[in-house]
Design a protein around this ligand. Structure first.
Ligand SMILES: NC(=O)C1=CN([C@@H]2O[C@H](COP(=O)(O)OP(=O)(O)OC[C@H]3O[C@@H](n4cnc5c(N)ncnc54)[C@H](O)[C@@H]3O)[C@@H](O)[C@H]2O)[C@@H](O)CC1
Ligand SMILES: Nc1ncnc2c1ncn2[C@@H]1O[C@H](COP(=O)(O)OP(=O)(O)O)[C@@H](O)[C@H]1O
Length: 285
């Protein structure tokens, strides 16, 4: 099996300057679903990352009956709805890319929302993360028939749930695990953890060489999910958007550590601004 490292010099689509005559519609609309009761933060982390990495518009859908708050005062650009609202016709047709699962919960309502999303969204990108993956594993949901381009982003324990094996078995052959997940779910796979793997449907394998243990803290995966969706919705090709998000995420962690904000005590909330700095430096310096 040939594997290659993720290297920024190969990700030229991320490094382009913006046209001067442009508008927010050129940078896509993303819908992010999750944030059940008590895990609202998870959804906000993904959504804030998506806007800071350059998405045109970000709609946020809580898996709750009503929105727990109507505005994110730290990021008032975000448009907060319930997941049910986002999946109604008015919103669903204007969203190009979806991220589903961050803090979504696994109760009856969350399962119902995931089923609705999978069945109603057509011919779009859907990033499935965290509890969306746990629901899929628990309920043996079959994604083979989906008209969407699916991207699954398990950490090793979620991968083990999906493949019905142990975390140790996943970790003992990560590349094989990524290939099996890709086949089982007819998806792209990002198998997270030290040396994250990106596996394409043709089993082309890319391995991350950056990042640091500062990323081993709550919510950093939510930030990655938001970044992946954000690059996809900006019309960066999937071949570049997935390794691009993984690279930027790792580079942001390195930037924070180099500036004495980690690795110890680094927080997920700090990553999007660091990633934004890095992308702009690469594009404009
Ligand atoms: N602020 C929030 O509201 C947060 C909510 N979160 C949500 O909480 C829910 C539960 O997710 P969790 O991931 O915490 O719980 P899980 O039980 O799915 O996974 C956590 C466990 O997975 C194993 N694991 C993870 N990465 C590993 C690695 N690289 N190598 C070996 N073992 C590894 C470890 O045993 C770890 O304790 C998800 O919906 C998630 O989105 C989390 O994202 C954290 C932040
Ligand atoms: N030691 C490490 N080195 C590099 N990356 C790491 C390390 N530990 C964690 N990460 C990265 O941090 C993120 C953690 O995601 P995840 O486990 O889903 O966290 P959460 O569910 O809390 O958001 C992943 O992108 C993973 O690859």
């Amino acid at each position: 099996m040939i594997t290659n490292d993720i290297e920024i010099r190969n990700l030229t689509e991320l490094l382009k300057k913006r046209n001067l005559n442009t508008h927010k519609g050129d940078y896509g609309t993303i819908g992010i679903i999750g944030g059940s009761n008590g895990m609202e933060g998870s959804l906000l982390l993904a959504a804030r990352a998506a806007i800071k990495i350059g998405a045109g518009k970000v709609l946020v859908g809580f898996t709750q009956n009503t929105t727990p708050f109507n505005i994110d005062f730290m990021q008032p650009e975000l448009m907060l709805r319930t997941a049910y609202n986002l999946l109604k016709v008015d919103d669903i047709t204007r969203i190009h890319t979806w991220v589903i699962g961050c803090g979504m919960g696994k109760n009856h309502q969350s399962i119902n929302i995931l089923n609705k999303a999978i069945n109603k969204i057509n011919n779009q990108f859907i990033v499935l993360d965290a509890d969306a993956l746990n629901i899929i594993a628990q309920n043996n949901l079959n994604l083979q028939e989906s008209t969407n381009t699916l991207i699954i982003t398990p950490h090793p324990k979620e991968a083990a749930r999906l493949l019905k094996c142990t975390t140790l078995e996943i970790q003992s052959n990560r590349i094989q695990a990524a290939i099996e997940l890709t086949k089982k779910y007819n998806s792209w796979t990002i198998l997270k953890g030290y040396r994250t793997i990106v596996c394409s449907p043709e089993n082309k394998i890319l391995v991350s060489k950056n990042g640091n243990p500062g990323l081993a803290s709550a919510g950093t995966g939510d930030v990655l999910a938001g970044m992946i969706g954000s690059l996809l919705t900006q019309s960066i090709s999937i071949e570049q958007a997935l390794p691009g998000a993984v690279w930027l995420h790792g580079a942001a962690a390195e930037y924070l550590a180099n500036n004495n904000n980690g690795p110890i005590g680094m927080t997920a909330s700090e990553l999007p601004e660091a990633a934004r700095k890095i992308r702009n430096q690469l594009c404009y310096n």
